[in-house]
Design a protein around this ligand. Sequence first.
Ligand code: C2E
Ligand code: CA
Ligand code: CA
Length: 278
Amino acid sequence: AKNRGKNQIAECTPGLRSKVEVTVGMMRQLLRAQERNELELFYQPQVCCGTGAVVGLEALIRWRHPEKGMIPPGLFIPVAEQTGLILPIGEWVLRTACERNKAWQDAGLPPVRIGVNLSVRQLQNPGIVDTVKAALRDSGLEPRYLELEITESVVMKGTDTIETINRLKELGVYISIDDFGTEYSSLNYLRSLDVDRIKIAMPFVQGVEESRKDRAITKGIIVLAKTMGLGVIAEGVETRTQLDYVTEHGCDEVQGYYYYKPLPSAEMEELLRQQGLS
Ligand code: C2E
Ligand code: CA
Ligand code: CA
C-alpha cells in the first residue's frame, strides 16, 4: 500500500506533484526556521487621526532566511496554515508580541495596544483560549493592551468558532475584524460577535481617489462602525488625500505607508521613545 501511495504521487500531474514537493520542502524549512530563531516580528504603527500620535501597533511576522533574505508572510503563512505549523508559529507570535509590548511598557515608553493576527486554523482550536491566557500571564501584559485580529471568514466556520471568540473576548482582550468587507460572510457576524473594532480593508481605502464606489464603501463602513459604537481604523493609507478622506468621515485611526511601514523592533522602540519625550 505504501508503494502504491508513492506511485500515485509519481503519476499525478507534474503541476500537482511539484506543488506537493514545494509545500513539503517549505514545511521542513519552516520547522527549522523556528528552531533556529529565523522568525522575527516587525511592528507597524497605528496613528490617531485626530492627534497624529502612535496609539497602537500591529505585529507582522517575517522570516529572515539565511540565504534568501527577508521573506514576507504571504509566501509562508499559507503553507504554515495548510500544514498545521501555524499553531506553534502563532503561539510564538502571541508570546513574543506580549513580551515585547510589556518590556516597552516596563521601560517607561508610552503604553500602546499590540495587534496580533489569528488564523482561522488557530481559532478552530479551542486550546487557543488557554494559549492566549498563558501568553498574557507569562508576560504580565494587561489584556486590554492585546488586540486579536480575526477575519470575517471565521464566522463561516460555525458556532464553535463564534463561541471561542466570545471566550477570548471575556479575557478582556480587544477583538477586531481584519480586512473588513473583503470576505463572504457579509454583516451577519456583527450581530453574533461582540467585537471592539473594524479594520477597513486596504482596497477600499486605496480606491478613494479614483472610485466613487470605494469612497461610498469606505465612508459607509466608518458610519456603520460609529453607529454601532465600534472603533474603526483604515488600513493601507498611503496618501494625504486618503488620510484626509477617512479623517473627515470620522475614522479613529490609520495604518499605512503614508505614516510608517512595518518597523523592526529596535526602530519601533526608538519611535515610541521619541513620542514619550514630546
Ligand atoms: P494584514 O493582517 O492585512 O497586514 C497588513 C499588511 O499590509 C502587511 O503586509 C503590511 O505590511 C501591509 N501594509 C500596511 N500598510 C500598507 C500600505 O500603506 N500599502 C501597502 N501596499 N501595504 C501596506 P505583510 O506584513 O506582508 O503581511 C501580509 C499578511 O500576512 C497580513 O495581512 C496577515 O494576513 C498575514 N500575517 C502577517 N503576520 C502574521 C502572523 O503573525 N500570523 C498570521 N496568521 N498571519 C500573519
Ligand atoms: Ca491584520
Ligand atoms: Ca488587514
